[in-house]
Design a protein around this ligand. Structure first.
Ligand SMILES: Nc1ncnc2c1ncn2[C@@H]1O[C@H](COP(=O)(O)OP(=O)(O)OP(=O)(O)O)[C@@H](O)[C@H]1O
Length: 266
């Protein structure tokens, strides 16, 4: 596999008021271009910390991270992040929110009409054209997440980094957005690294599931290859033997071999 994202021996130690906190140790991970990776593990194990390192929002205390042949030293438009809570600017319309990202990436070399066309196309991709002129408080939580995804996709990032993007949504909206994300990623061929707590979400979406041990000093415990054919249909998969097997492997890892102790659950 040619690595598009490479994490070489990354470690993260935070300086806190109570002293040093060793969050991550010895993380080695290679992600191929176009791959869909999920990070799963118990609460507090360091999933967001690892995602933030790939985003360039934090620097590792040891080790190196590389994306497309360059060291990750800061956030960059080639690595767009979607957070659990949409992070849209409340005083701007949906289209203006998307436009901000578009302008940042393409503003110097494209006309206003081209930029507008990009924002409109991104909203259309996530089925939100009808709400282009609305402000975030006028639309539902699921719609806000779609606009957040549109904003990320409109920047044509090489990598889409998602931190529990559907975590705050009800089960039906979540399922709908997962299905849409699968279609969008099939079309854009984006490389995706996504944090999730949801075993079914991980199996449905991933090419590989990165399972993390509990912290402190968490690391990658195992990586599960998910060889289910695409496009994937959640209803058909529910009874698919390979799907059920993958699901069981993740459940075994999380609850039998790495059950959360009282200390980490606190
Ligand atoms: N800036 C920080 N300073 C100090 N400690 C931190 C900082 N960021 C994260 N941590 C600690 O590092 C550990 C990993 O946190 P992180 O948010 O990455 O976990 P997570 O697996 O994403 O958790 P969750 O699933 O609950 O979102 C936790 O113990 C957390 O308290």
């Amino acid at each position: 596999m040619t690595a598009f994202i490479q994490v070489d021996g990354a470690e993260m130690v935070f300086n806190t008021r109570k002293g040093r906190f060793h969050a991550l140790r010895d993380i080695h991970l290679q992600v191929a271009q176009g791959e869909f990776i999920t990070l799963i593990g118990h609460s507090g194990c360091g999933k967001s910390t690892l995602l933030n390192l790939i985003a360039g929002l934090t620097r590792p205390t040891a080790g190196a991270l590389i994306c497309d042949g360059r060291e990750i030293a800061a956030p960059g438009p080639e690595r767009a992040v979607v957070f659990q809570n949409h992070s849209l600017l409340p005083w701007l319309t949906c289209q203006e929110n998307v436009h901000l990202g578009v302008e940042r990436v393409f503003g110097a070399r494209e006309t206003k009409a081209q930029l507008t066309a990009r924002s409109q196309a991104a909203l259309e991709l996530v089925g939100m054209s009808h709400a282009a002129g609305k402000r975030p408080h006028e639309i539902s939580g699921g719609m806000k997440q779609r606009v957040g995804i549109a904003r990320a996709l409109a920047m044509e990032p090489k990598v889409l980094l998602m931190d529990e993007p559907f975590g705050a949504l009800d089960a039906l909206t979540r399922a709908k957005l997962q299905d849409e994300l699968l279609k969008i990623v099939a079309r854009t061929r984006s490389t995706v690294v996504m944090v999730t707590h949801d075993v079914d979400e991980a199996v449905l979406l991933s090419d590989r599931i990165v399972m993390m041990t509990n912290g402190p000093a968490a690391t990658i415990g195992e990586i599960l290859q998910v060889d289910l054919a695409r496009p994937r249909d959640r209803v058909a998969l529910a009874e698919d033997a390979d799907y059920v097997h993958c699901r069981k492997q993740v459940l075994d890892f999380l609850y039998t071999r790495h059950g959360q102790t009282a200390r980490t659950a606190a």
